[in-house]
Design a protein around this ligand. Structure first.
Ligand code: SF4
Length: 356
């Protein structure tokens, strides 16, 4: 977002007005290079822009070199408690670290700061509500303020060592607490913020929690990079992240669909039509707005306000027909079998005419 400091993770800018980037994390054993690379390729294909891997031991840290040679997006090492793993990851060419310096032995912190002077890649201080220091818990309880104070403490250790290429995250499974923590931190610092709801759960619940938490912050103008944490295959996180960013109006990834929820007035089989429309237009990457509406009550206005839209209506024989709209104009009324062909051809023409 505007106003935060910009850091570079490999070739991807975070903060300072750069597009809000999408991150994910592999769930393979990082020492299994082939499996990790395969999962990163799937993430890349889906649109992941930065990937994080867990580094549990020296072998995993060294594997980063081989993994990095085979992928196309920046790689982040996620490390806890052992600063020497971070030093090894830096030597292996990692693009960013996630580590909390306050959890390191003093000699590890010194070694890490020395290595960062040689290769000053960004460091994310990532505070989780589940692992707050005891003294902050006693003073503030498990709260937004405790998370903020904990993160500032970690950042101070880096700053005191002459390092300020930082990002901050403040994650909790509790959505209001997370939002409160980020709002407070945004008032206190200009470091870029990595935003997410941690341990959000499986797809259905996790997506709602993430959309509320990340979405609320994005609408406040807070957040420079996001990760949607969902249980299971991380590839699903990318579509979720794109949907949240697009719904918040901060990035576009191809078509934005407007579709009626259906009701008793519906004059078209909307559910199956939407699937068909999405299939037919799947290869369009231009930022079109497409409306698929069921009836003459609310349909025409929505279809008119989209780049292209269809709405159901009653035909002259009492049967179902569809009206095609393009750029605010009513084009014509067609029987349903003809509607799809006309609609598809016109959508591709519109996409082709859009500037790159
Ligand atoms: Fe019902 Fe028409 Fe609205 Fe669809 S557009 S929900 S059919 S009123």
């Amino acid at each position: 977002m505007e106003g935060t400091k910009q850091v570079m993770v490999g070739s991807v800018a975070i903060g300072g007005g750069a597009p809000i980037s999408i991150q994910s994390m592999t769930n393979t054993d990082t020492r299994d290079v082939d499996a990790t690379v395969a999962q990163i390729h799937a993430l890349e294909q889906a649109g992941c822009e930065i990937v994080r891997v867990a580094v549990l031991d020296m072998e995993a840290a060294r594997c980063i070199q081989s993994i990095k040679q085979q992928i196309h997006i920046p790689i982040v090492a996620d490390i806890h408690f052992d600063g020497m793993l971070a030093v090894a990851a830096l030597e292996a060419g990692v693009d960013k670290l996630r580590i909390n310096p306050g959890n390191l032995p003093a000699r590890h912190l010194d070694a890490l700061l020395g290595a960062l002077r040689e290769r000053p890649v960004p460091v994310r201080v990532g505070v989780n509500a589940g692992s707050l220091p005891k003294d902050l818990q006693s003073k503030y309880g498990i709260s937004a303020e405790a998370m903020v104070q904990s993160a500032l403490r970690h950042v101070c250790l880096l700053e005191d060592g002459g390092f300020d290429n930082c990002l901050i995250s403040l994650k909790a499974p509790d959505v209001p607490m997370t939002v409160q923590a980020y709002r407070r931190m945004a008032q206190l610092t200009c470091y870029p913020l990595h935003v997410g709801i941690t341990h959000a759960s499986g797809t259905e619940v996790g997506l709602v929690k993430s959309a509320i938490g990340i979405g609320a912050l994005l609408l406040d103008g807070i957040g420079d990079t996001i990760r949607v944490s969902l249980t299971g295959d991380p590839v699903q996180e990318i579509a979720a992240a794109k949907t949240i960013l697009q719904a918040a109006g901060v990035r576009r990834f191809g078509i934005d669909y407007i579709c009626c929820p259906t009701c008793g007035r519906c004059r078209m089989p909307i559910e199956s039509l939407l699937v068909e429309v999405q299939c037919r237009l799947a290869s369009i990457t231009e930022p079109l707005t497409v409306a698929v509406m069921g009836c003459e009550v609310n349909g025409p206005e929505e279809a008119r306000s989209a780049d292209i839209g269809i709405t159901g209506c009653t035909g002259t024989q009492g049967d179902s027909e569809g009206v095609l709209f393009c750029k605010g104009e009513r084009v014509a009324r067609y029987p349903l079998h003809e509607l799809m062909e006309r609609f598809e051809a016109m959508a591709f023409d519109l996409a082709k005419a859009m500037p790159d």
